[in-house]
Ligand binder design. Structure first.
Ligand SMILES: [Zn+2]
Ligand SMILES: [Zn+2]
Length: 284
């Protein structure tokens, strides 16, 4: 067979098929529900339209994401009426913002990610948190000129849980946000003891069990103070730190984290005003 004939008979139809399949949407399996769907670019509500990982969700899963787009409590970012923040008058953090409500779907996604180490899902959750970061940042920048965060700080796991799980989900989420926004990721917190699973506790037990659960890493805070350049010191600008966690329930965990950092900063650097902000993936 001449090479031209071979080309026409074998290569061309293959190339033709490849072209056709590039034009027609290919069926893919959804990242979270595993259903097969055909790719179509739908409008996302959370600003994730261009995210490649977001396109790996089927249209149903995409549209079921319970984005928090409207908040009622300016402190904790709750979409409905809030009693927690009224009760907690001495909140150690300025405000929390969360990407989504903690519903059944998100609970399932987080479980797949945390307990099965589903890596692609981790990327998706990182994208979702980044979308919440962008919204939070623009809200704060509207209120305050020259607003910026100086570092992202993950809520640490206990050593026992880190060993059991192999990774800290809060640190992976914080890394996703830090990398996209050129923020230093600083491990400025450690757990002082292993706490029991928060999810099994009543609200009151949860609030008291987090007291003194965290301590600040002085060695990690020192370079952060160095980050405040002379201009910031002259302008009396605050050191602004962003604590990152996966779930916000009563706020007692992140409040204990913020309290540990504030206490250490006030003791070691009384001249520096520190503001702690919180970004979480989901809130109940
Ligand atoms: Zn799906
Ligand atoms: Zn609140």
């Amino acid at each position: 067979m001449s090479s031209l004939l071979h080309y026409v008979r074998h290569i061309v139809p293959g190339a033709f098929r490849a072209t056709i399949s590039m034009l027609a949407p290919t069926p893919s399996a959804c990242l979270t529900c595993s259903r097969t769907y055909r790719e179509s670019r739908s409008q996302a509500q959370g600003g994730l339209d261009d995210s490649i990982v977001f396109q790996r969700l089927c249209p149903e899963c995409r549209s079921s994401i319970p984005w928090i787009t409207r908040i009622a409590c300016r402190v904790c970012g709750r979409p409905g009426p809030c009693g927690d923040c009224k009760r907690r008058l001495d909140s150690a953090f300025v405000c929390n913002r969360s990407a989504v409500s903690y519903d059944e779907a998100i609970r399932g996604w987080l479980a797949l990610y945390k307990y099965r180490g589903h890596e692609a899902l981790g990327q998706l959750l990182g994208e979702m948190l980044h979308a919440a970061y962008v919204r939070m940042y623009s809200e704060l920048a509207q209120r305050q000129a020259n607003f910026r965060f100086d570092a992202a700080i993950p809520v640490p796991l206990s050593d026992a849980r880190l060993l059991e799980r192999g990774f800290n989900q809060a640190e992976q989420l914080a890394t996703a946000v830090a990398v996209r926004n050129q923020l230093p990721l600083v491990r400025a917190l450690r757990r002082t003891r292993h706490s029991d699973k928060q999810s099994y506790k009543t609200r009151g037990a949860r609030l008291s069990s987090t007291r003194n659960l965290f301590a600040a890493e002085e060695a990690a805070l020192r370079p952060l103070v160095g980050l405040l350049n002379d201009e910031a010191v002259i302008m009396n600008r605050a050191l602004r730190l962003l604590i990152v966690d996966d779930i916000y329930t009563t706020g007692s965990t992140v409040d204990a984290c913020a309290r540990a950092i504030l206490d250490t900063m006030q003791r070691d650097y009384p001249g520096i005003h520190t503001e702690i902000y919180v970004l979480t993936l989901a809130r109940s």
